[in-house]
Ligand binder design. Structure first.
Ligand code: NAD
Length: 476
């Protein structure tokens, strides 16, 4: 798609809508609609299964691209997450931050200062709402690193890949099935990487349990649980100037949607461990939400019972529970709760024929022949040391120093840059991005249909059957 064809982001979305309509997928405009919108209900039969048919494009399972001596990165969205990414990426060899973009000029300015303080040349800066298009069209960018709000993830990634760039997208990568297919189809057409930045896959306990799983410690894994339980009530109402989200984007989703809006932190690590899209795949899911209570209660307490915030309708049920069954007869339970007064929790539970592990509220493992009790602290320490993942051993110390959720963010970025520079396949591919993100839309489908089960499309179009699970990777 050439620049002169598109004068604004709105035009691009229009063109994308025409493209998907031609594929029988309905309009992308329902991405931004609420679940009570009749447009969504009308599109219920179209889950994108027609896309499972071969397109003639080659699969990107195991895609390796030309090695890059230096990875020239454009960061779009320099709010809370993007500004942290700038700091982390500056500490990785072979990275050049060539472009920065945010609607808030001050965020861009501060990030550019950090780049120069680190001894790098200043980045080109952009602050316009559609400037991400100009950035994707630039010659001096290899990777578009996208930390914008959810509704911009897929449009920017698709446009970036169409202009020859690799795309790294914050979580979730997509918020509709149409968007999931757009990512898959564009990555396959353009042979560009599209990685969702699921950092929780690189946390230390998650990596250790992956290593244990690959070595058969848990036997056959039949069930796993993950979650995003994080009390964000205060954050959702904060103003931007006080460190809140841009335009209260997260609160806006809580007003209009009811399902698991943020599944991938809990789901990514267990999906990798279970070899989802590589030997097994999601088959169908059923999802149920509690009623909404906590946001209204919080709003009434904070702004007064007669305030617009307290009178506002919020569709998002406080707790959403989604159960997924795989084709090979295994189950995953994923929860989402950003409202209840509870400690942070991603659960990370793995249950197999020889034992189990659980991360929260504190790390615990039980294995045969003593599986009736959790290991004593010294036994657990010895086991975790024995199965420490090579990435944790090799760059864990530096990662803990750099930080970013205790170091996992740095390990993720490091691996991304390492693989791009070596021309290796990435740890998470577009099929992971699509399958894990599809839960956002499909959970809402099930919730709005009295928890009836909903099929999950096979985004790999059959490649999952022969693909090998993500191995225990190392760096040199
Ligand atoms: N992986 C994680 O641990 C993690 C943690 C927090 C947030 N996130 C994800 O990161 C993303 C950003 O979250 P956040 O907390 O930083 O939100 P934020 O609101 O702080 O930042 C988003 C930024 O995007 C900018 N933006 C909006 N529209 C833009 C446009 N058209 N062009 C350029 N910039 C634009 C805003 O000005 C804002 O600064 C979200 O997708 C979120 O889910 C991931």
């Amino acid at each position: 798609m050439k620049k002169k064809d598109i004068s604004s982001r709105r035009d691009f979305l229009k063109i994308a809508a025409i493209g998907t309509a031609a594929l029988g997928l309905g309009s992308v405009s329902n991405v931004f609609a609420s679940s009570s919108d009749p447009a969504i209900k009308e599109s219920i039969p179209s889950f994108g299964f027609e896309n499972e048919e071969p397109t003639g494009n080659q699969s990107v399972m195991g895609l390796a691209c030309e090695p890059l001596d230096k990875v020239r990165i454009a960061i779009i969205g320099i709010g809370m997450r993007g500004s942290e990414a700038v700091e982390r990426l500056l500490q990785i060899e072979g990275v050049q931050l060539t472009v920065l973009c945010d609607l808030v000029p001050d965020f861009v300015k501060k990030a550019n200062q950090k780049i120069q303080e680190a001894g790098h040349p200043a980045a080109a800066i952009y602050t316009g709402i559609d400037d991400w298009m100009k950035i994707c069209e630039r010659e001096d960018v290899d990777l578009v690193y996208n930390c914008t709000p959810w509704d911009l993830h897929t449009p920017i990634a698709v446009y970036a890949m169409k202009h020859g760039k690799h795309a790294a997208i914050e979580v979730p990568a997509a918020i509709s099935i149409e968007e999931c297919w757009q990512l898959v189809n564009t990555s396959e057409e353009t042979r560009r990487h599209c990685m969702m930045l699921e950092n929780c896959c690189y946390d230390f306990f998650e990596l250790a349990t992956l290593n244990m799983a690959r070595q058969g410690v848990f036997g056959e894994i039949l069930h796993a649980e993950g979650a995003y339980i994080h009390d964000l009530r205060e954050w959702k109402f904060l103003e931007l100037k006080d460190g809140g989200y841009y335009n209260h984007w997260r609160l806006e989703f809580s007003k209009k949607h009811n399902g698991n809006l943020y599944p991938t932190h809990g789901l990514g690590p267990i999906a990798q461990i279970m070899g989802i899209n590589r030997g097994d795949r999601f088959d169908y899911l059923t999802s149920m939400s509690t009623k909404q209570a906590g946001i209204s209660l919080y709003a009434a307490q904070k702004f007064g019972p007669d305030s617009p915030e307290a009178h506002q309708t919020y569709l998002l049920g406080d707790m959403n529970t989604t159960l997924i069954r795989t084709v090979n007869g295994r189950t995953l339970k994923i929860q989402h709760d950003t409202t209840s007064p509870r400690p942070y929790d991603r659960i990370h539970l793995i249950s197999g024929t020889k034992g189990m592990a659980r991360k929260y509220p504190q790390q615990a493992i039980a294995l045969e022949p003593s599986s009736e009790r959790f290991m004593k602290p010294e036994e657990l320490d010895a086991l975790l040391q024995k199965y420490e993942h090579p990435l944790a051993r090799q760059i864990g110390e530096k990662a803990r120093l750099v930080g970013g959720h205790g170091g996992m963010d740095y390990i993720m970025d490091y691996r991304l840059i390492y693989c791009l520079r070596k021309g290796l396949p990435l740890d998470q591919d577009v099929y992971d991005a699509a399958a894990w993100s599809s839960i956002v839309y499909l959970s809402e489908k099930s919730v709005t249909d009295k928890s009836n089960s909903v099929r999950v499309p096979d985004f790999t179009r059959g490649a999952w059957v022969s693909a090998a699970p993500w191995p225990v990777v190392e760096i040199e």
